[in-house]
Design a protein around this ligand. Structure first.
Ligand code: ARE
Length: 623
């Protein structure tokens, strides 16, 4: 089932009303009504995969982002991808293409260093079809530097930064803050970083500061964000949010539509700590979440000190509340100022991401940027500065999101959702282990020598794949090492130096016909479909047939939580289950005998995608 579509237009109209969810769901359009942008373009998958982990693919071009969604992010359970600023930006006249020119917007059309508007649209569609949300880096505090002279851009916008003229958007000198009317300092510099007026009405590093108190400016910014949402964008990293007054941001957001996939966009604001009162990160939480810089800094402190300290890592460390925090190991600024761990830190960098995904605090990001020798280096690009395709094997990019352990920890993170940290263990010397309830367990060794220990894992007895070094494979085996958890939850494990071990899912003593996937992330969708399972199976006295699968309604692959089928029409066994609409799930049938022994049917998982509504019948025969 795909979203309703209409013929693709040349460009989404900027004027639009907030699209109601009902309208989106039914596609019922009133004659003469403005066509909501949400209906335009190509069909998107009907629902997000429900995960929350954000892959921050810093300055990857649109083509590469789309491919990553399809081949890595979706399959691994990433909930979202953060993409570079999508608008047109300045191209410097000196022929250099520093990464930061995209933080100098000059037009709100979407032809940029990362690709054309059509490629942007195709990228969002590809990500949505993989179940992955798209969050755009929204540079809305300012336009290009007033200290710039170039009138060239990547997308062809017409502008002149030195006269504050942006013809394509409709900004002129009156659209910007200026000395002395708003900024008290000649030259529009921020001299006092504790003055909200200066931080918000003067110029951050000479960047022309938009007069966001004006309704016209607010509408133009909101029009840009709505244009992005029209292509399916689901949220925004708000660049330099500290420099936009909260009331102005609230007024802009009030003009921003619900997203195509429903609900408000996820807004996470870049507010670097340092200011107090109105400039503190907490003062921005009325408008959304904040990027957690303290988290990243403290994580580096511990990974270069002793990670045993992380036992209490949380709000008591000065972090913003978990539900307001977009947490990270690093980002594009921090990896350049060396205040956090970076790819240059090797195993510590990987382990910090693994800890971040395991700990469950905030909305986690995994950062994938490009390698650099000097801070201004361009991402890999052609002679004109257009970013070339990401090649993870070239050595030019850091595809952290693909690291086997990190990528598999996304599934671990999703499976642990809602479970508290338990079974903490540390050796006081840079090795830690903990579980998330009974759902998942991890051990992280940040020391220089291997650690062998019998751990309390909190997990049910069974055999588990270590997802850092492999994954469940067909036939119930692991492509890497397996760990046996005993009946009391104990497991004896060796964790290599600078390495980790992670287990999750339902350990099983299953030896044949075992399901071949880890539990899928919980779907988030509205509505249910009535699914009737018909399974033809002859049995002997004492045996009963059950269905078990990848969604909560089918027991999340736990044979103990499988749905019992009725034998009223033997040999056809049947059960009716409410499953989430528009949601793909996998399932198998099992037989239990009177002693509780489980026999799995053979072969691959069965796969079904529930319809948008109504009832369906699945006629199956035991394999
Ligand atoms: C470039 C040139 C400048 C030139 C300017 C305009 O480097 O010399 O004057 O262009 O022509 C990025 C780069 C900048 C670049 C800019 C535009 O980092 O070097 O300027 O793009 O191309 C403060 C802000 C915070 C901001 C940082 C950089 O509060 O929002 O400064 N971070 C975001 C992005 C950056 C980006 C921008 C904003 C601009 O993440 O990548 O800049 O869009 C204390 C304070 C912080 C302060 C921090 C650093 O910690 O508490 O508030 O951060 O110091 O000054």
């Amino acid at each position: 089932m795909s979203a309703p579509t209409s013929p693709a237009p040349t460009a989404p109209p900027l004027a639009r009303r907030r699209a109601s969810t009902t309208l989106l769901a039914t596609g019922a359009l009133l004659a003469g009504a403005i066509l909501p942008v949400a209906f335009q373009g190509t069909a998107h998958a009907a629902t997000a995969n429900g995960g929350d982990v954000i892959a921050n693919l810093f300055e990857w071009n649109w083509k590469s982002v789309g491919q990553e969604c399809t081949t890595v992010l979706g399959p691994k359970g990433y909930g979202a991808v953060q993409v570079a600023p999508p608008g047109d930006s300045i191209r410097l006249s000196n022929g250099t293409h520093p990464w930061w020119d995209v933080y100098q917007p000059v037009g709100y059309d979407l032809n940029s260093r990362m690709g054309t508007e059509a490629q942007f649209a195709a990228m969002v569609t590809a990500c949505h079809n993989a179940g992955v949300k798209v969050y755009a880096d929204a540079v809305i505090n300012h336009t290009a530097g007033a200290n710039q002279t170039s009138t060239d851009s990547y997308g062809g916008a017409s502008f002149n930064p030195s006269t504050y003229t942006y013809a394509g958007i409709g900004y002129d000198r009156s659209s910007f803050h200026d000395y002395p009317a708003t900024c008290p300092n000649a030259g529009n510099t921020i001299n006092d970083w504790n003055s909200a007026q200066q931080v918000q009405e003067c110029q951050l590093v000479s960047l022309s500061d938009l007069y966001t108190e004006k309704d016209d400016v607010r509408s133009k910014i909101a029009g840009y964000l709505n244009k992005l949402e029209g292509y399916g964008v689901d949220g925004f990293r708000v660049d330099a949010a500290k420099h936009i007054a909260q009331a102005d941001m609230a007024a802009i957001l009030a003009k921003v539509d619900d997203t195509r996939w429903g609900g408000r966009p996820y807004v996470y604001q870049e507010v670097i700590p340092g200011g107090s009162g109105q400039l503190a990160p907490s003062a921005f939480e009325g408008n959304g979440s904040v990027l957690e810089f303290t988290y990243a800094h403290k994580l580096k402190d511990q990974f270069t000190g002793n990670i045993a300290n992380l036992r209490t890592f949380g709000q008591s460390w000065g972090l913003e509340p978990s539900d307001k925090s977009a947490v990270m190991v690093t980002n594009h600024d921090l990896e350049r100022d060396n205040s956090t761990l970076t790819y240059k830190d090797g195993s510590r960098y990987v382990l910090a991401h693994i800890f971040e995904l395991a700990w469950g605090y905030g909305t986690p990001q995994v950062y994938s940027g490009f390698r650099f020798t000097t801070n201004d280096d361009s991402p890999p690009a052609d002679a004109h500065g257009y970013v070339t395709d990401t090649d993870c094997s070239s050595g030019a990019w850091n595809c952290t999101d693909r690291d086997q352990g990190i990528a598999n920890m996304v599934g671990w993170h999703n499976a642990a959702k809602g479970q508290s940290v338990a079974n903490w263990w540390d050796n006081g010397n840079n090795a830690i282990a903990f579980s998330r309830g009974s759902a998942a367990w991890v051990a992280i060794n940040n020391s220089g020598s291997a650690v062998t220990q019998t751990f309390s894992t909190g997990l049910a007895a069974g055999t588990y794949c270590d997802v850092i070094h492999g994954a469940p494979a067909s036939g119930g085996t692991c492509s890497g090492p397996a760990v046996t958890v005993g009946s009391s939850g104990q497991a004896t494990v060796t964790v290599g130096a600078g390495d980790s071990v992670a287990l999750y899912g339902k350990g099983t003593s299953c030896t044949s016909g075992c399901p071949t996937t880890s539990p899928a992330p919980s779907p988030t969708t509205s509505g249910t479909v009535t699914e009737t399972f018909h399974e033809t199976k002859t049995t002997v006295w004492g045996q009963n047939v059950y269905v078990v699968g990848s969604i909560p309604a089918l027991g999340n692959w736990d044979p103990n939580a499988a749905v019992a089928l009725s034998s009223a029409s033997y040999p056809v066994w049947s059960a009716t289950v409410g499953t989430p609409a528009n949601t793909r799930f996998e399932y198998k049938y099992i037989v239990k005998d009177g002693s509780g022994n489980v026999t799995w049917e053979s072969g691959a998982n069965r796969v079904h995608t529930a319809a948008a509504s109504g009832s369906e019948t699945l006629d199956d025969t035991w394999k």
